[in-house]
Design a protein around this ligand. Structure first.
Ligand SMILES: [Zn+2]
Length: 307
């Protein structure tokens, strides 16, 4: 064998060894990586526990999140499954910040009223949500309706036990301070609301009626937690012009009530300004909303939904 040939043979041997080494390194790399991945999977499964859907931050979602800019995924009311809805709402409302977009979409405002309707949450509690996206049903009747003390109502008016007690206390304190606050409409059954709405729709047309009257099954009055008031002197529709309205605006939260429908929030609630309509939500929530003005829809999305 010539020296040259021997050298060549040696080079082939080195090349063979190199190839085997590369193969080995490759195999080790693949094995360790697989282990890492399955560990990750295990961790993920541990984190998600019994949840059916795994954490879906996919590459496609990452791009969408970037489109939204500095969206705060840490907000506990952020819903990854609504990402497309957030993006298209932001396209239509570039003036809104991301937190507001999340709240509004979660409320359902990217859909027209009375579309994408769901069953009312928290039924038979003081936090039940009834609006144009949540349906109470035609058979919903509050379990603990009681009649309000007749001194503070026009005829027999019923509310749930908690709400009735709070209303009587409020009306009594108002009277002591020189104000007349009287309940003129409280609990209304499904069929009562059906007649009411149909009559309004007949005389004013559906579109107009929708701005001031709930369709049957959607009225807050059906929860037994809402009350329309007057001052015993002028029609309840003029309550906003009375001194009693001033007292109610500043004091109703102390008894667990909130002013439910204002001019500024018509686009959220779907109802025109109703200075006469109050909703019982309990003292803690009422105080929070008084100190941080927002609709009950916004409060619900921020603090109660998914809790
Ligand atoms: Zn009302």
């Amino acid at each position: 064998m010539s020296k040259k040939k021997k050298k060549k043979k040696n080079i082939y041997l080195y090349l063979d060894i190199l190839l085997v080494l590369i193969l080995l390194i490759g195999i080790i790399y693949i094995i360790t990586n697989n282990n890492k991945e399955s560990n990750n999977e295990n961790n993920k499964n541990n984190i998600n526990n019994n949840e059916t859907e795994p954490e879906p931050i996919l590459d496609s979602n990452k791009e969408k999140l970037e489109k939204l800019g500095n969206i705060n995924k840490e907000l506990d009311f952020f819903k990854m499954e609504y990402l497309d809805r957030y993006i298209s709402y932001k396209d239509k409302h570039p003036e809104l910040d991301n937190e507001t977009i999340i709240v509004y979409v979660n409320i359902g405002l990217d859909n027209s009223f009375y579309t994408n309707v769901e069953d009312s949450p928290n039924k038979h509690t003081n936090t039940v949500l009834s609006n144009k996206y949540y349906f109470l049903g035609d058979d919903y009747v509050p379990k603990d309706l009681v009649t309000i003390n007749n001194n503070y109502s026009s005829g027999d008016k019923k509310m749930t036990k908690d709400a009735a007690k709070a209303f009587e206390e409020m009306a009594r304190d108002a009277k002591k301070a020189g104000y007349n606050v009287r309940a003129v409409s409280t609990y209304r059954s499904y069929s009562y609301q059906q007649n009411l709405y149909n009559n309004y729709a007949k005389s004013d047309g559906k579109e107009k009626a929708d701005t001031y009257s709930a369709r049957p099954g959607y009225s807050e009055h059906q929860t037994g937690l809402a009350v329309d008031v007057d001052n015993t002197k002028v029609s309840y529709t003029k309550f906003g012009t009375t001194k009693e309205f001033g007292w109610m605006k500043d004091n109703c939260y102390k008894y667990g009530f909130i002013l439910r429908y204002t001019k500024e929030t018509e686009f959220i609630t779907g109802y025109m300004n109703e200075p006469w309509h109050y909703r019982y939500v309990g003292k803690d929530i009422a105080k929070y909303i008084y100190e941080h003005p927002m609709t009950y829809e916004e409060y619900y999305v921020r603090f109660l939904e998914n809790k």
